[in-house]
Design a protein around this ligand. Structure first.
Ligand SMILES: *[C@@H]1O[C@H](CO)[C@@H](O)[C@H](O)[C@H]1NC(C)=O
Ligand SMILES: *[C@@H]1O[C@H](CO)[C@@H](O)[C@H](O)[C@H]1NC(C)=O
Ligand SMILES: *[C@@H]1O[C@H](CO)[C@@H](O)[C@H](O)[C@H]1NC(C)=O
Length: 354
């Protein structure tokens, strides 16, 4: 190639990249970017090497279905983004003085998760150091090396969010190992969350619709808590999850395309005496480098599979790891699809606006 031709080429490619470049908050979904600030609101600059080269703007927030449409339908007519092991956050300092040796499942703190539209948190609660702690542990026991933080810290973040956002509802799903009598009641009380408690007696037990979200908001009953310990319904008035919800297998067993088996504790997915449906979609070992692929098209495919398995019911909750990682729309698009299907039979909630 002669010099002239090279110059033309270089000039052309410079022009091309200048023409293509966006910055200062005007880059759209999947546009190349170099920092979060380049991307439009609701997007951030992210690299998913499995799906595209370089960094591009991908979604970082949900569409608020209540604000886009309205909140006048029963709670079970909406879908909510759920973070699996919401408390197992990368970079969380040790609170025991002993370095932690365990996996993490999320990167944002609880406040950021809630601000980005997460509305359901999966937390593992343990008796530890005379208190309730959140641990990523085994054998039902928390250790210094598996302890994340005292539950009260996380619950106070939820309290702050509910207090600052008086029309939002948060669901907490506990894998519960707390044996201390009224241990959970105490920590929820100490965190100031009892004032938002949705009472057990208003939860439908035979597949009926839930109360209207607008009524839940008007009554300020905006915190739903489910435990995995059956006896706590009787002893503490805390809902036993499996009386109200069906759930598919979590971990690797829930990631086989075309299959949506119930997890052991759950009734079969098509049991319509439970009005809420939760879909788990994350591998047993949380590798964040591949989470962007899991949280993309494969997730939406699984939602369709689980719709069939649940007797033609769309999921109300979708639980993922590293919720903001995707190749574009990710878990946020999955939620738009679910809310669209639930609210108007469309594959995106934006299509419900007329
Ligand atoms: C959560 O993270 C944000 C951003 O780093 C930070 O400003 C905020 O203080 C954190 N909140 C808590 C409760 O850790
Ligand atoms: C599905 O539920 C049944 C009981 O209803 C249980 O015996 C079975 O183990 C569950 N299936 C799976 C795959 O966990
Ligand atoms: C609320 O939104 C749903 C879904 O789009 C719609 O069917 C319903 O009519 C709306 N209700 C009100 C009161 O606007």
């Amino acid at each position: 190639m002669d010099l002239r031709a090279s110059l033309v080429l270089i000039t052309a490619s410079l022009l091309f990249s200048v023409a293509k470049a966006c910055s200062n908050g005007d880059c759209k979904l999947l546009d190349p970017c170099s920092s979060d600030g380049d991307c439009q609101a609701g997007l951030y600059c992210f690299s998913c090497p499995l799906e595209f080269s370089g960094r591009r703007c991908v979604r970082s927030t949900t569409t608020n279905q209540f604000k886009l449409l309205n909140n006048t339908l029963p709670f079970n007519k909406y879908a909510f983004l759920t973070t699996h092991n919401a408390y197992a956050i990368e970079g969380e300092p040790s609170h025991t003085g002993v370095p932690r040796i365990t996996f993490t499942n999320q990167e944002d703190n609880i406040t950021q998760q809630l601000n980005n539209g997460v509305r359901s948190l999966m937390l593992d609660t343990y008796d530890f150091q005379g208190d309730v702690w959140l641990c990523h542990s085994y054998g039902g026991k928390c250790y210094d090396v598996t302890a994340f933080e005292p539950a009260i810290d996380t619950l106070k973040e939820i309290e702050a969010f509910l207090s600052a956002n008086p029309t939002e509802i948060v669901t907490v799903i506990l894998e519960d190992y707390v044996q201390a009598p009224k241990g959970l009641t105490k920590v929820f009380t100490d965190a100031g969350l009892i004032k938002y408690w949705f009472p057990l007696k208003n939860m439908p037990k035979n597949g009926q619709d839930w109360p209207l979200v607008s009524d839940m908001v008007a009554n300020n009953q905006r915190l739903l808590v489910f435990t995995s310990i059956m006896s706590k319904e009787e002893s503490e008035g805390i809902a036993y999850q499996w009386n109200y919800m069906v759930e598919n297998q979590y971990g690797d067993g829930g990631m086989h395309a075309g299959n949506c088996p119930n997890r052991t504790e759950s009734s079969p997915l098509d049991d319509r005496t439970k009005s809420l449906v939760l879909v788990n979609y994350f591998p047993t070992i949380p590798f964040k480098q591949i989470a962007c692929e899991h949280n993309s098209a494969n997730l939406i495919n699984m939602l369709h599979t689980c719709f069939g398995a649940a007797g033609n019911r769309w999921a109300n909750f979708v639980a993922v790891n590293f919720y903001k990682r995707s190749d574009g729309g990710g878990a946020f698009q999955a939620l738009d699809t679910l809310n669209g299907e639930l609210l108007c039979g469309c594959d995106d909630v934006h299509a419900c606006v007329n």
